[in-house]
Write a new protein. Sequence first.
Length: 51
Amino acid sequence: MRALALLKEVQDFQRNVPRGPALAWERVAFAMAFLDDEPRRRVRAFLSKAK
């Protein structure tokens, strides 16, 4: 949930930003989410089931 909330916030900020900087903002948002153990655990669980 935190990653999605961060992504929504970043997307709101990047609406009028050129593509390169906008993608950099998204990378930062996801990196911030992965600093938290809970989102990191959920994403890993989801990805391991997809394999």
